[in-house]
Every structure is written in C-alpha cells, then in structure tokens.
Design a protein around this ligand. Structure first.
Ligand code: DQA
Length: 145
C-alpha cells in the first residue's frame, strides 16, 4: 500500500510560520514522523509540498493507479478551491483531509472546507500528529475499500 501526502501553500514555512498556531515543528520533521509510523505499519509514502494550486491538481490526477490513498493538507486552498475538489472527485482515489490547527476554532472562513464533502474524513487540530494519525486512517480506509 502507498499513501500520497500532499501539502499546500505556506506549509513549507512550518517551524517559523505563526508558531503560536502551528508550533515549531518543520515540514521535514513532520515527514520524518510520518515515515517512522509508515515504516512500522509496512506502508510506503510519498511526501510533497507545493504553493501552486495547479501542481496539486496534477499530483492528484497522477495518483490514480500509483497510490491507494491521498492525505491532503490543502492549507488555504481548503477554503477556496473548486479545482482541488473536482480533481479528488474525478480521480476517485480515497482522500483524507487533514489540518494541523483546529480550523473550526479559528476565523469563520476556515470553518468551510470545499473538499470535505468529497473526502472520506477529516483529521484536524492535533498539531503535527494530525499527519501521524492520517497514516492510521489511511490504512483503515484502504482496508475498507
Ligand atoms: C491549515 C489551516 C488552514 O486554514 C490554513 O490556511 C493553513 C494551514 C492547518 O494545517 O491548520 O495554511 O491547513
């Protein structure tokens, strides 16, 4: 089984970006945490980040036949992106939405996710551990296909 982890805009700045909200863990640290848990579960992963909406769309499209599950932190695009939602639907690879912060406890515009209705589920608010929990969730989703 292979999981594709996709990270949207500004997540490359984790560690220095709004540490009161997102903590001090860098994206490289998070990738290491995900790799450790995946290795224990015997799961392969690929971990990518882009600030470009179209690149995220291309990666979702390319996932078909190569990855069993997509885990996506679409960052700000979560709240705005019709094209990410359309790509998830078009490709049909089971997708899990994750966030570091509890978006529901923040500004109102973050309460809306355009991708949530087309994802299998959401993991939000557990800091960097949202990513580790997503590995477990992806294994469950894959097992229930
Ligand atoms: C985020 C939450 C989004 O609202 C925000 O735009 C981000 C990060 C999170 O992981 O908590 O960039 O996706």
């Amino acid at each position: 089984m292979k999981i594709l982890f996709l990270n949207g805009p500004n997540l490359n700045l984790l560690g220095q970006r709004e540490p009161a909200v997102y903590g001090h863990t860098t994206l490289a640290d998070i990738e290491a945490m995900v790799r450790e848990r995946s290795t224990k579960l015997g799961v392969g992963i690929e971990f990518r980040q882009s600030n470009l909406e179209g690149e995220l769309v291309n990666w979702i499209q390319d996932a078909k036949g190569k990855f069993e599950v997509i885990v996506i932190n679409a960052a700000g695009y979560t709240h705005t992106s019709v094209v990410l939602r359309d790509a998830i639907v078009a490709v049909g690879v089971p997708t899990i939405e994750i966030h570091i912060s509890n978006v529901h406890a923040r500004e109102e515009f973050r309460h809306v996710s355009l991708i949530a209705p087309v994802c299998r589920g959401q993991i939000v608010g557990f800091g960097a551990n949202s990513y580790v929990l997503a590995v477990e969730a992806a294994v469950i989703v894959n097992g229930s296909k």
